[in-house]
Every structure is written in structure tokens, then in C-alpha cells.
Design a protein around this ligand. Structure first.
Ligand code: ATP
Ligand code: MG
Length: 595
């Protein structure tokens, strides 16, 4: 029987009850007021009362911070499925920036969200959208705002625009082009679109208030000229809309009810509302308009979540790519052995609030440990091997032994293996000069016998000596076994030992590459203040070992997680592992012993 990862037998323990948060309270109030109950789409179909969206910019790989946003947005859609007309979450690519976006990133984002266990299909309809799909509408709405006297073409240089915006405590100055007529503005805007001007010659700005206390509202730029190729629209456009204009309109076009973003957009909320109200006055949209709500982003200790810095780690080859198991990217933590369930559990545990805070890395690690404890089969793995020779064991004998696949699930069956004269044990389990409290293997000394330990699921042995090489390195340990001490037999109870060691049979153990990972940074806040995050890189975050594993490991499939007894949880590497060349990555230890 092959080893396989079991479904969590006690899912209720892990899929915690819906925890209330301020966003749920808002949604509950909206549902009670039937705020979105009577909406219909263009085809006359009733629209869900709750529609959220996850709007990544496809300019990098998603990371654990995005997972928080994904679990929040898709999680709300899942949890409000019973709202009137249901609920859904849209997958939206915010791809308005032509040069930075790539199809590779789009594909990786889709993979990551699906892997986390979410989809964007409702009643057979796939709700995957691209802001670039709205370029025609965005353009038409911009013309409508120009016609309404709410937008104008500014021909100041970028520097002048920046300077004349003022800053906190200093009012802005009106552009000399602010009072162009709608007719002149329309003509200029059309010529911008037709490619008659170079980058930077003009921009389209909203006409709001250059002395507004909120700088975001000081006539924000909503279109700029960029003669650049776009990954989806090709060379059709040479003018591109900016985020603040695009995002609220995309939400309104998709009938989003609750547009959830991180706190740094709080100042942009009045602009979000201004644009939609202005377009409502133009007859484009009607109530209820989507509303923006902000929550605190995830800050994780011992990690960085800046796309730019993650890219730097990859480009400078300080890690082995985006999916290096030490990276906080979704592809990285997946390769490290994290399960989708563990990430969702983590996101539930950290909750959602409006106050910025730091979450300790140990919370993420604990979520994985809690998920894997009940799911992962056990196996013996000797990571730093030392030969053990049982001198009184028959040269040819192969003693059959077995152990449960999981100590609490006898129903999962047993692993079968054999014990012979030569075994591999952990080098750390032997000490020539035992320190106080060391109950594992040590040799006879000063007339005292060597220590006695149990080989788990095998026999009790007594250490009789050891061999060293020319440098004094221990290369083998010798022992005697007690034939009547076999685990599971009544006589075995006559032996009381303090040490209980794992081992593998040197005759049939499977050799494997095992990669031991530690945190990528030694500083809990590697990029805070004016620190250079590269200075905080942990030089010992990766160690590659040649280990010996019990034979049942031969059946393990790539991406399967196993508990190596006494060591922790490991995953068969999803890229490099094969049955003839096994490769395991360390996921997390059995206990939190990070100091
Ligand atoms: P950029 O600086 O490139 O915009 P970003 O991290 O904001 O980077 P986006 O692709 O725009 O990346 O993010 C998509 C969504 O994920 C946004 O709604 C954003 O608010 C959310 N998000 C990004 N980082 C975090 C984080 N650390 N915690 C929670 N949500 C996040
Ligand atoms: Mg962003």
C-alpha cells in the first residue's frame, strides 16, 4: 500500500467558525437593509447581494500578504453564498500599466489563487476580468467627464504638475490650462489617443480642487500618454488610464458591492467616490455604487513582502528563484510544503482589522504544524547517518518490524520494514563522552556498561564500543541486542530504557537528498527603517543533506508531506522529487524552538 496524505479527519477543528470582523458587520448591515437586493445585470438577471474582487497587478508573483487578501475576498464570497442571489468574488487583473505586466505573472497568479482553493465561477460563468478589457469604456467615460466640465487636458510638464500640487500645509496652484473649454479638451484628448503627441506632452486631469486638504483630490491625473505595448491590447492604445480612475470604474462595471483594499488607500477613498458620483451625474452609473473599505495589510516578521525586494532576491540569485522554499511567495511556501488548508487557517487566525500590526512567523509555522499533525504519515529518516553494528545479530537475518503510519489512526495501516545487523542511526544520538542528561547511546567507561536504548519498533540494544578513523572521527558504533526485547512482545516490558531511537536498515534504506531550510532573515524586521534587508540575510538558511530513509518512502509522490519521526515535517519536492531520486524539503519542526 502506498503512502498517501490523508484528509484531515477532523476538519471542524481547522476550518474555524466564521469569525466576525468589521467587514462582516458592514456586509451584514447592508444585507439587513437590502442595499444590493434589487440589482439586475444588463441581461435582466438578478445580481448577487455580495460581490467582492481580488485585483492584483500582474507585475510579480503573489506572496503571503496577497494570500490574506485572497482568503478575505474569496472567503467572504464563500461565506455569504446564502445571501439573496448568492455571492461571488471576481478575479481581476489590474493591468493598466503597459510595460510592467507579463503573461507569466497572470498565469502564476491564477495558479496561486486556485491552489489556495478558490475559484471565480458562479452558475457556470467565469468571472475573470482584466482592467484592460474596460479601456474603451474608460475612454468614453473620460470624454463624458470632459463634456461635463469635470476634466481637462493639462500641458504642464510632469515637474510643474508635481510642484504645483503643493503638499501638506501648502495649497496647490491652478494649472494655466485648467480653464480650457470642453471642446478644446475633447480635441486634444482625441489627438492624444490618435498618437499625435509624444509621452509626457499632455495629461488628462480631473477638475476637483487644487486647494483641497486631501492632496489626492488636487486635480488628479487620470490619463497619460505612454507609447508602449500592452500584453493584451497590443499597440491599440498610446494613452493609459491611472489606477484611481480605473479601479473604481472597474468595480462599478463589475457590480462590485464591497471593494476591499489595504489601508494605504484610505486617502484615495474620497476620489473613488468622487469619480463614481460624477459618472452617476453623467448618467453612466446608478445607485447603489460600490464602496471601498480598507483593512490592515499583513506584515510578517522575518520576511519581506515588497515585490521589488523579492524580485531583487531572485535577480541577484540570493535565492533559487521565485519558488525557492525560503521565499514568502505562494509558489515558495507551496514548495516548502505548506498546504492550502494551512494558509487558510493562518489567515483565519490572524483575522482582519483596521490597525496595522506585525504577525510573528511562528503563527504561520504553527498553522502548518497544526494542519499536518493529523494528516501526515510517519516515517523514519536518518538525516546525519552514523553506522550502528549489532555484533551479536545474525549476518544474514532480516527481522520484520512494523509501525503505524499514524499513531492515532491505526486504520491507516502499518509500514513494514526490516532490521538487520547494520543500521543507520542519527550521528547526534551517540556521544563518546555523554553530557549530563544524555540518555541515548554512549560506550562503556570505567567499568560501567554502555547505555541501553530501544531501537523504535525493534529491539533494545546496549552500546559496547565504537570505531574511529585516522582523525579520531567516530565512524561506527557497536552494540549487542537482546533477542527477547522486541517491541510488541510481552517480554519487551522487562526492559526499561530512557532512550528511544529511530533507525533505518543499512541494507535497504533509500538514499535521499534532504534540504533543511531555516528563516531567510535573522532580523524580525529586515527592511524596517533605513535598514538594508540584504544585511539581515541568514547565511545558514539552506543546508543540503544526504539522508537514509525507510523503504516505504519509495511510494511517496511529489508534494506529499511526511513526518520524519523526531525531526519534523518534510515534503517531497514538487519539482525535483522522483522515486529514483527522492528529494525532500524541510517544512516545519515538531515544536516551535526558534529562539
Ligand atoms: P504593488 O506595489 O505592485 O501595487 P501590491 O503588493 O499592492 O504591490 P497588488 O498586486 O496591487 O500588489 O495587490 C493585489 C491585492 O493584494 C491588493 O488589493 C492589495 O491591497 C493586496 N495586498 C498586497 N499586499 C498585501 C499585504 N501585505 N497584506 C494584505 N493584502 C495585500
Ligand atoms: Mg497595489
Amino acid at each position: 500500500m502506498g503512502m498517501s496524505e490523508k484528509k484531515n479527519p477532523n476538519p471542524s477543528k481547522f476550518e474555524t467558525l466564521e469569525v466576525s470582523n468589521f467587514l462582516r458587520q458592514i456586509i451584514d448591515a447592508d444585507l439587513a437593509a437590502r442595499k444590493h437586493a434589487k440589482r439586475i445585470d444588463q441581461a435582466g438577471q438578478a445580481l448577487p447581494s455580495v460581490i467582492t474582487r481580488f485585483p492584483p497587478e500582474p507585475n510579480g508573483y503573489l506572496h503571503i500578504g496577497h494570500a490574506k487578501s485572497i482568503c478575505l475576498n474569496f472567503g467572504l464570497a464563500r461565506d455569504y453564498a446564502n445571501a439573496p442571489n448568492g455571492a461571488r468574488c471576481h478575479m481581476r487583473f489590474d493591468d493598466t500599466n503597459p510595460s510592467k505586466e507579463e503573461t507569466e505573472y497572470v498565469d502564476s497568479i491564477i495558479d496561486a489563487v486556485r491552489w489556495l482553493g478558490f475559484d471565480w465561477v458562479q452558475n457556470g460563468v467565469e468571472h475573470q476580468h482584466y482592467a484592460s478589457d474596460y479601456f474603451d469604456q474608460l475612454y468614453a467615460f473620460a470624454e463624458a467627464l470632459i463634456e461635463a466640465g469635470k476634466a481637462y487636458i493639462d500641458s504642464q510638464t510632469a515637474d510643474e504638475i508635481h510642484k504645483n500640487r503643493g503638499h501638506f500645509g501648502q495649497l496647490g496652484t491652478n494649472s494655466p490650462f485648467r480653464n480650457r473649454s470642453p471642446a478644446e479638451n475633447i480635441e486634444l484628448f482625441r489627438d492624444m489617443k490618435a498618437g499625435k503627441y509624444p509621452d509626457g506632452a499632455h495629461v488628462l486631469r480631473l477638475k476637483i480642487d487644487m486647494s483641497h486638504p486631501n492632496i489626492v483630490l488636487r486635480d488628479p491625473v487620470i490619463y497619460r500618454i505612454r507609447h508602449a505595448h500592452h500584453h493584451r491590447t497590443g499597440d491599440k492604445w498610446c494613452i493609459y488610464p491611472l489606477y484611481d480612475f480605473t479601479h473604481c470604474i472597474s468595480d462599478a462595471l463589475e457590480n462590485i458591492t464591497h471593494s476591499i483594499c489595504t489601508l494605504e488607500f484610505e486617502n484615495n477613498r474620497p476620489l473613488y467616490d468622487w469619480v463614481l458620483e460624477a459618472l452617476k451625474e453623467c448618467g453612466v452609473f446608478k445607485d447603489p455604487l460600490p464602496k471601498q473599505y480598507e483593512f490592515a495589510r499583513l506584515n510578517l516578521t522575518y520576511a519581506i513582502t515588497s515585490k521589488r525586494k523579492l524580485l531583487q532576491l531572485v535577480e541577484e540569485k540570493r535565492v533559487d528563484g521565485w519558488d525557492d522554499p525560503r521565499m514568502p511567495t505562494i509558489v515558495g511556501i507551496r514548495r516548502r510544503g505548506f498546504t492550502p488548508e494551512s494558509i487558510r487557517l493562518f489567515c483565519e487566525r490572524i483575522g482582519v482589522s483596521k490597525a496595522d500590526s506585525w504577525i510573528d512567523m511562528s503563527v504561520l509555522e504553527q498553522a502548518l504544524r497544526d494542519d499536518l499533525e493529523a494528516k501526515a504519515e510517519r516515517a523514519f529518516a536518518v538525516l546525519k547517518p552514523l553506522k550502528l553494528i549489532i555484533d551479536n545479530f545474525d549476518d544474514q537475518a532480516e527481522e520484520p518490524c512494523s509501525a503505524p503510519k499514524h499513531p492515532h489512526h491505526e486504520d491507516w495501516g502499518r509500514r513494514e520494514f526490516t532490521l538487520s545487523k547494520e543500521l543507520w542511526i542519527e550521528a547526534d544520538d551517540f556521544m563518546v563522552e555523554p553530557i549530563k542528561g544524555f540518555f541515548r547511546l554512549y560506550p562503556p567507561k570505567d567499568g560501567q556498561p554502555g547505555s541501553r536504548v530501544r531501537l523504535r519498533h525493534g529491539f533494545v540494544i546496549e552500546c559496547t564500543g565504537y570505531d574511529t578513523d585516522a582523525n579520531g572521527q567516530v565512524i561506527a558504533v557497536h552494540a549487542q541486542y537482546f533477542a527477547d526485547s522486541k517491541s510488541g512482545t510481552p517480554e519487551s516490558n522487562n526492559y526499561k530504557v530512557k532512550g528511544n531511537l529511530h533507525w533505518v536498515n543499512a541494507r535497504n534504506a533509500i538514499k535521499a537528498e534532504v534540504r533543511i531550510y531555516d528563516r531567510l532573515f535573522t532580523d524580525p524586521h529586515p527592511d524596517s527603517g533605513d535598514k538594508n534587508f540584504l544585511d539581515a540575510m541568514n547565511p545558514n538558511s539552506k543546508e543540503v543533506l544526504t539522508a537514509y530513509l525507510e523503504p516505504s518512502i519509495a511510494d511517496v509522490q511529489a508534494e506529499q508531506r511526511i513526518q520524519f519521526e523526531r525531526h519534523g515535517y518534510f515534503v517531497a519536492d514538487r519539482i525535483d522529487h522522483t522515486s529514483s531520486n527522492p528529494v525532500f524539503n524541510f517544512c516545519v519542526g515538531l515544536k516551535d524552538n526558534w529562539k
